[in-house]
Design a protein around this ligand. Sequence first.
Ligand SMILES: [Zn+2]
Length: 136
Amino acid sequence: MPVYEYHCKPCDGVFEAIHPIAKASDPAPCPVCKKKAQRMPPSSFAAFTMRDGYPRSIPDRGTYWHLEKEVKRPVTGSVKMNEHPEINKPEPRRQKSKGEREIIGERKRLEAKESARARKDGMPEIIDRTKRSDDD
Ligand SMILES: [Zn+2]
């Protein structure tokens, strides 16, 4: 059975309840005051009592709603439009593969060997300006 969202007028809050599809439009008892609450059309979401600008949920878990998803905190700081850090997780930084790390390690060993030999021969140290910064 699907989960629907209901709005309790006396409590002025939103809660979720499982209802059979056939009874989707029927009211559901509020978990707080037990009075019948009307199902919330998704489009009416923004019309509800707000906590810091977000509809509050009942039972009041101190949570917020973000695009019909429950989150612990309202959006703060800089996030993309319509995204929330708890829902839209930032992509983890790609780890270098073992092969890539071995290549980088080998290149560094060769560079060290090369500059050691250059110093021994009394030559100025080679400064590789073509080295890419992301190899470090
Ligand atoms: Zn209620």
